[in-house]
Design a protein around this ligand. Structure first.
Ligand code: GLN
Ligand code: ZN
Length: 758
């Protein structure tokens, strides 16, 4: 028996986002249930065909989803909160969608389930909700139907299940103490039933995902694995326990000794293969996740051959399996659609479909079948990339090296700066401002479309944007805001805009990745040293400032957020890439200052999500992330006021780093938490200014003045009045003008009422 090639999961959305369109058409009533299901089936069939064409030995089944695989698991296990109504024998389609989105073509609307980030990815899952007396039952046939469907087409399938411990870990109690581990008794019989059903369908192997094993787990959770997998072993298919996104570390030997038939490890982010080969008993297989499922670079197949050949030898007898490191959900579908991309850059990349070719090529070389061509081509591409002058720029290295040693420090501490800034800006107490964007109206989108299609020339588009900016400035003056913004009409996306203007970045045409449900993002690709050939935002800010006596904030996206929301080159560290982005932003900040912009905001909504999964790695990340922000923002005079903005985040455990950013003003999302998030700032005695959001921009409702005043009182109770700003929670781009106008007028009135009071 020889090396086996398999896959953990494949993108679901379709090469042209076919599933997205079908879902949205169904939700809006344009198509019916049967059409949606037929479209979904077409996408599903094409994915299987793709994977079979690549030559895999096993095709994953059950990794497809109409919305989210964790929600699918909740449906499978009959875990449906009571507010979605009495579920019938099985969870029907619209109940499923109501859990995800709060509403569906049929059924009563109800509050949607919570959504949160899947580990450290940009994918969001629907959080399972548990009640104190939670019960489970087999309540969906979808998995079994798909297995039958795939088998009927002749595929050798490997169904994928989210394991019971990770499922409970990712869920949340709704009311009552945390008794999630106690639910195992109710949950395991259902898993047992599922395994029996799969066995009945003739399934040989099932993949059980337990990514929780790469986390810092409390002892009780670690201890649960052995009894759980003991109880799940009776009969049924062979079990491949899959982990990904990091090292197992202290969990490795436990995982190796569980009563399972094989273990999958992420061998891109960790290097535990040899250790695992030593620990695994001879009857278990080891699946090496060697092709990066989190990034789009071509693999170094020759190096992998060198790494894997001895391992295959050591394991012997077909015990080595090969796969991508994790599900390919997190990379774009197919590079062959990128014919418009620069051919040299394209030759360095591999999307999901190409990654499968890499897995299969590796299997072939390890099995002694010819695959030399694939290996040589990969090595040639890698060699070209390694030496390309487009990747390595001496000028960038030189400018970084020439930075003074104190480049990441403002000249004077906050207290000194605050005084000179006040002398320049003359702001009232409780200054009012917004986070940056104003409504992205249908007219703005239409003008952009026309311009991109060549129906509107550059000058015409620029005129249009200037009129927009003027309108936004006049409106803000009229509402009585103190620090204005230009409204960001020229940006579709806060990272894409900068990616299009920085060298070292490239955009793809179809590089979409699912973010949640039908929503996809198309992250820019950072392939080389980052350089800013020209100012990126200065003209817009200068124009906006020329229209008003009041200060207008310059508006930039921070280095950490640009890094987090891009595909990043893997030949140097993320820290180094972040530093290069920071240098480019520092140059932009300097140009804004030179042009007379006195307030500059550098948004970092992704600052917290960059935290590594393991706490032990936090300090290193926080060090370079803070340093990058400071490098971007510290090259200015004391009189220039630096703002930053972060969306909803837990600040408690990173407050020291937040303070170390040393922004003069930070605005944060707090309205929905009743200002409780400010406790972290209060306990830490956070020294600089804060604008806690006083109303939730996610809702179209106009906030009441007394509610906003009460929130400000709650903020002042924690931090005092003197360093507070008044602003919404986040940018206004998804809102309409009528509610923006009413809300901002009400907000300014609230600030004025409070000023009279304090
Ligand atoms: N300045 C951005 C805006 O207002 C900030 C967006 C964000 O925090 N995600 O849209
Ligand atoms: Zn925000």
């Amino acid at each position: 028996m020889k090396t086996t090639a398999h896959n953990l999961g494949y993108p679901r959305i379709g090469p042209r986002r076919e599933l997205k369109r079908a879902l949205e058409d169904y939700w809006s009533g344009k198509i019916g249930r049967e059409t949606l299901l037929a479209e979904a089936r077409t996408v599903r069939d094409a994915r299987w065909r793709d994977q079979a064409d690549a030559g895999l030995d096993f095709i994953p089944v059950g990794d497809f989803s109409l919305y989210d695989h964790v929600l699918d698991t909740s449906a499978l296990l009959g875990c449906v909160p009571p507010r979605f109504g009495e579920a019938g024998a099985s969870v029907d389609l619209d109940t499923y969608f109501r859990m995800a989105r709060g509403r569906a073509p049929t059924g009563e609307p109800a509050d949607a389930c919570e959504m949160t980030k899947w580990f450290d990815t940009n994918y969001h899952y629907i959080v399972p909700e548990f009640a104190p007396d939670q019960r489970f039952r087999l309540a969906s046939e979808a998995l079994f139907d798909e297995v039958v469907e795939a088998q009927a087409q002749g595929y050798r399938v490997k169904p994928v299940l989210l394991g019971p411990i990770s499922y409970l870990w990712l869920g949340k109690m709704k009311g009552g103490a945390d008794e999630r581990l106690g639910f195992l008794d109710a949950l395991l019989p259902v898993y047992g039933e599922i395994l029996q059903r799969l066995s009945g369908l003739g399934v040989e192997w099932v993949q059980i995902d337990e990514p929780a094993l790469v986390l810092d787990l409390p002892p009780a959770w670690r201890a649960a694995f052995e009894p759980v997998y003991n109880r799940l072993q009776a009969g049924g298919p062979k079990r491949l326990l899959a982990t990904y996104f990091g090292a197992l570390s202290e969990n490795l030997s436990m995982a190796c000794s569980l009563p399972i038939d094989g273990l999958h490890l992420d061998a891109v982010r960790a290097d535990e293969l040899v250790q695992a080969a030593d620990l695994l008993p001879a009857y278990k297989i080891l699946s090496a996740g060697v092709i990066d499922g989190r990034n789009l670079w071509r693999a170094d197949l020759a190096a992998l051959q060198g790494r894997l050949a001895p391992l295959a030898e050591r394991l012997g007898n077909g015990r080595l399996w090969l796969a991508p490191s994790c599900s390919l959900l997190h990379v774009p579908v197919d590079l062959s659609q990128e014919m418009g991309l620069d051919p040299e850059l394209r030759s360095w990349m591999a999307f999901a479909r190409q990654k499968l070719d890499e897995v299969v090529a590796l299997r072939q070389v390890l099995n002694g079948d010819a695959a030399e061509e694939a290996l040589t081509a990969a090595s040639a591409a890698l060699e070209a990339r390694r030496h390309s002058v487009r990747v390595h720029r001496a000028d960038v290295a030189a400018r970084l090296a020439a930075l003074p040693p104190d480049a990441a420090h403002r000249a004077h501490p906050y207290e000194v700066r605050a005084e000179v800034q006040q002398a320049r800006l003359h702001l009232p107490p409780l200054p009012t401002t917004t986070i940056g964007s104003f409504p992205q109206t249908a007219e703005i989108r239409a003008a952009r479309r026309d311009w991109r299609a060549g129906r509107l020339d550059d000058a015409g588009y620029e005129d249009f944007l200037r009129r927009e900016i003027k309108h936004v400035i006049r409106a803000q003056e009229d509402y009585g805001l103190d620090v204005l913004v230009h409204g960001e009409p020229e940006r579709t996306d806060m990272v894409e805009y900068f990616g299009e203007r920085l060298e070292g970045f490239v955009a793809t045409a179809h590089g979409w990745v699912q973010s949640y449900g039908s929503r996809c993002v198309k992250p820019p690709v950072i392939f080389g040293d980052v350089n800013r050939p020209l100012p990126m935002t200065v003209d817009w800010s200068v124009y906006a400032q020329s229209l008003t006596e009041r200060p207008v904030k310059g508006m930039l996206t921070g280095p950490v957020t640009i890094l987090q929301w891009s595909f990043v080159r893997d030949d140097i560290s993320r820290a180094e890439v972040c530093r290069q982005i920071a240098l480019a932003l520092r140059e932009e900040v300097g140009d804004l200052e030179q042009a007379g912009i006195g307030v500059i905001q550098v948004d970092e909504p992704a600052f917290r999500e960059g935290l590594p999964l393991r706490r032990a790695e936090w300090p290193v990340y926080l060090d370079w992330a803070v340093e990058a922000f400071r490098l971007a923002t510290s090259g200015v005079d004391d009189t220039t006021q630096i703002h930053t903005h972060m969306c909803y985040s837990e600040f408690n455990d990173i407050i020291e780093a937040i303070a170390a950013l040393d922004a003069d003003v930070i605005t944060i999302e707090t309205a929905r938490s009743d200002m409780e998030l400010l406790d972290a700032f209060a306990n830490y005695e956070y020294p600089n200014e804060i604008g806690p959001g006083v109303y939730d921009i996610h809702s179209p409702n106009v906030p009441a003045s007394d509610r906003m005043q009460a929130l400000m009182h709650a903020a002042a109770g924690r931090l005092g009045w003197s360093r507070l700003w008044v602003n919404p929670d986040c940018g206004l781009k998804t809102r309409g003008w009528p509610e923006v106008e009413a809300s901002l007028r009400e907000m300014v009135a609230s600030a004025r009422a409070l000023r009279a009071e304090i």
